[in-house]
Design a protein. Structure first.
Length: 142
């Protein structure tokens, strides 16, 4: 069985070898690699994620701290919200971003659109219901 670290490494390698595209369960999905620093370890980390591009602002994309509907947020969520900034790879481009958590109606609208496009996100929200609301982070080009 492949561990999460190996799973992510394989996705990262495929992303970089194919100009930001990956296959398998992510075939055709918009993918981003988010570089962040562990808030406790200080280690440099890279996490592959699906994203939703903002239709009005080409400098903004949204990522979703779904953790497949687990009862806790992923560690990367805390790393990004604490730092307030990160570096990302989109396609063949790498750039700095500012991180902002979306709330209220804006968060709901963005999450609902992601769930409409990729129903797995809706399933994650059902799994997390009553425990946590899946956070949505805006990554805006700095």
């Amino acid at each position: 069985m492949i561990g999460m670290s190996d799973w992510n490494t394989n996705i990262i390698n495929e992303f970089r070898a194919n100009d930001g595209r990956v296959g398998g369960p992510f075939e055709g999905a918009p993918m981003i690699l988010v570089h962040h620093r562990g808030r406790r370890t200080g280690r440099e980390l890279v996490t592959p994620m699906m994203y939703l591009a903002d239709e009005q602002d080409p400098a903004t994309v949204y990522v979703f701290a779904s953790k497949a509907g687990a009862p806790t947020n992923p560690d990367w969520y805390y790393n990004l919200t604490q730092a307030g900034k990160a570096e990302v790879e989109v396609g063949t481009e790498t750039f700095q971003v500012e991180v902002t958590e979306m709330t209220g109606a804006d968060r709901d609208r963005i999450f609902d659109e992601q769930a409409r496009r990729y129903p797995g996100f809706g399933e994650y929200a059902v799994k997390a219901a009553g425990i946590r609301t899946i956070p949505v982070l805006a990554l805006r080009r700095a």
